[in-house]
Design a protein around this ligand. Structure first.
Ligand code: VTB
Length: 345
């Protein structure tokens, strides 16, 4: 699945990031998102692949593009057999978030990116549009920390695994009323908290790279993005666990259904019979082959943001592959109008 796909998906996230970055700081989060979606979809549809969106912009009725179930890629067309080789005809599942952290882009803040994950059919958990409690930590702490334990216990375990004191740890938490007690507990335990307004995918993945000074992500974000984070963390050998949150009292946003009971019913109807199940990265991204790509829109812990210059832009992306066991940082200069000194004739 992956040889050329790995290269093409870099362009997919790059195009989405460039489109969105043009709206950086303009206070229009919907536009910043919309242009990223359009650019991502347009570039994806030029790839020789047979893709299906499993995590996207929403249900078909609510999202005109990159909706759940949408088929993408040249090899989804009726006459695909004439243009595509057998490998390209293998069905693949795709999870996308063309603009992860729309507010960050709209207000010119750090940490937004265009991101996607790919696996063979059935290899990515089709997470419902719910919230998810998440715990991410570096590879050295994998399977030692546990989301079922208290933050205080996990911080001590993490410190032991990393051979340092709790005071030397930095935990990223989204700045939300629902995290008031969590933040208090982390601080009381002695660790330092980095509050972010949005963008917990970047935060989760940063835990797997030493030198980022991010040692854990704790707290509740969106479930679909949890799957995308898990895909990267699975390849990187980092720790990632997620537990769906279905009680509106806990998230305090009113974005999920009215009552706990109706949410449990909704989950049941989707085949989720144990709503309290703790998923680990291997279950959220269970595929044999996983590919992950992200491109910074605004600067972040892992990647630079898009930088425009006269006639072009420079981007930085991250491509992770389970097959080649690599995490590549790709620095690209995009030339919109070719400057005279590069023209061949
Ligand atoms: C967002 C976003 C995160 O979770 O806030 C969202 O910034 C859900 O939380 O990166 P709210 O509804 O409280 O904003 C993420 O999308 C990803 O998990």
């Amino acid at each position: 699945m992956e040889s050329t796909l790995g290269l093409e998906i870099i362009e997919v996230v790059e195009q989405a990031a460039i489109a969105s970055a043009r709206w950086m700081g303009k206070g229009e989060k919907n536009t910043a998102d919309h242009v990223a979606v359009e650019a991502m979809r347009e570039r994806m549809n030029k790839i020789h692949m047979r893709g299906r969106i499993v995590i996207g912009e929403g249900e078909r009725d609510d999202a005109p593009m990159l909706y759940i179930g949408e088929e993408v890629g040249i090899c989804t067309q009726d006459d695909a057999k004439d243009h595509c080789n057998p490998d390209e005809l293998i069905e693949i599942d795709i999870a996308v978030d063309p603009c992860e952290g729309t507010n960050l882009v709209a207000y010119g803040q750090n940490g937004s990116m265009a991101v996607l994950a790919i696996s063979e059919k059935g290899g990515l958990f089709a997470a419902p549009d719910f919230y998810m409690n998440k715990l991410a930590a570096p590879p050295v702490a994998k399977n030692h920390v546990d989301i079922r334990k208290s933050p205080t216990e996990n911080l001590q375990i993490l410190a032991d695994c990393m051979d340092r004191t709790v005071e030397e740890l930095v935990v990223i938490v989204m700045d939300r009323p629902r995290h008031k007690e969590l933040i208090q507990e982390i601080r009381k335990a002695g660790a330092r908290v980095r509050l972010i307004s949005d963008g917990d995918v970047s935060a989760a993945i940063s835990c797997a790279f030493s030198g980022t000074n991010v040692h854990a992500l704790m707290g509740i974000g969106a479930a679909p993005e949890g799957v995308i984070s898990a895909a990267a963390m699975r390849c990187l050998g980092g720790h990632f666990q997620g537990q769906l949150i279905y009680d509106p009292e806990i998230v305090k946003t009113g974005l999920i259904g009215e009552s706990k009971e109706s949410n449990i019913e909704r989950l049941n109807s989707m085949g989720i019979t144990d709503p309290d199940k703790v998923y680990d990265a291997d279950e959220l991204a269970s595929g044999e082959t996983i590919l992950f790509a992200a491109c910074g829109i605004t600067p972040g812990t892992l990647m630079e943001g898009v930088r425009f210059f006269h006639g072009g832009a420079r981007t930085q992306s991250l491509v992770i592959s389970s097959q080649s066991k690599t995490a590549r940082f790709v620095d690209t200069v995009h030339m919109f109008d070719r400057p005279r000194y590069l023209q061949l004739s």
